[in-house]
Design a protein around this ligand. Structure first.
Ligand SMILES: *Cc1c(COP(=O)(O)O)cnc(C)c1O
Length: 229
């Protein structure tokens, strides 16, 4: 297995190539390093290699890691996991971004509980494309209403959409899912100009995601190796 630094360089080269292939300027796609269940030492290595954005799924684990990394220049922390109501306060106090907002109740609580001395919390609305009820996120049809509500909240900045399409080995299916998300994103963005982020693509599918317009890819395994269980 390669080291974290090497994996980051490889991912950055591939991102640059895919940006070029999709006719977009260099730097259009942000690399979000998903560090859930990975060690603080690995996060430190990624930060030294130039990664600024980190994604975490579990509140307590994230707070503990943030405490151990306080000596580093400011990192940008993204909450990307499912959100229970009783976790919104901790999330709004300790993160810069939340990608997994799928319900109006959660959006309202995050705004109410965002400490006033911090910048507005950047929010992505999570879309449940397959509309399986086991998955979190809002449906394509309800996305417009949730974006409108979120955009009206005081301590929130609506930044875009996030999705985790069902894994598929079929490249055509992958591409169709990303195209559908891209289309929805462009429609909503025309009503909400603050929307500048389409968070889609993970270790196994970030190539097609970038080609269809992703602006932020969330890579865990590809950078850090398998997650310890
Ligand atoms: C864990 C996770 C990822 C990273 O997945 P990899 O396949 O390891 O790249 C990305 N997004 C979300 C929401 C996750 O929970």
């Amino acid at each position: 297995m390669n080291g974290v630094t090497e994996n980051i360089h490889t991912a950055q080269e591939q991102i640059a190539e895919l940006e070029q292939q999709s006719g977009r300027p260099r730097g259009s796609v942000t690399l979000l390093a998903v560090s859930k269940r990975q060690s603080v030492a690995k996060i430190r290595e990624a930060a030294v290699a130039g990664v600024l954005d980190f994604g975490e799924n579990y509140l307590q684990e994230a707070i503990e890691k943030q405490r151990q990394l306080e000596d580093l220049p400011k990192l940008i922390w993204h909450f990307i996991g499912p959100i229970q109501s009783n976790k919104t306060r901790g999330i709004s106090e300790n993160f810069d971004w939340v990608h997994s907002v799928g319900r109006s109740k959660i959006a309202r609580r995050l705004s109410e509980q965002r400490p006033p001395h911090l910048k507005p919390l950047s929010i992505c609305i999570q879309i449940n494309l397959s509309e399986e009820d086991t998955k979190s996120g809002t449906t394509t049809t309800q996305a417009a209403d949730l974006c409108a509500l979120t955009d009206s909240l005081e301590n929130i900045r609506l930044r875009g959409l996030m999705a985790i399409p069902a894994p598929s080995e079929n490249a055509e299916v992958q591409r169709k899912n990303f195209m559908a998300l891209s289309r929805l994103f462009n429609t909503l963005k025309s009503k909400h100009p603050s929307m500048d982020t389409l968070s889609m693509g993970m270790s196994n599918d970030y190539g097609p995601a970038i080609l269809e317009g992703s602006t932020m890819i969330r890579l865990g395994t590809a950078l850090f190796g398998p997650r310890p269980s």
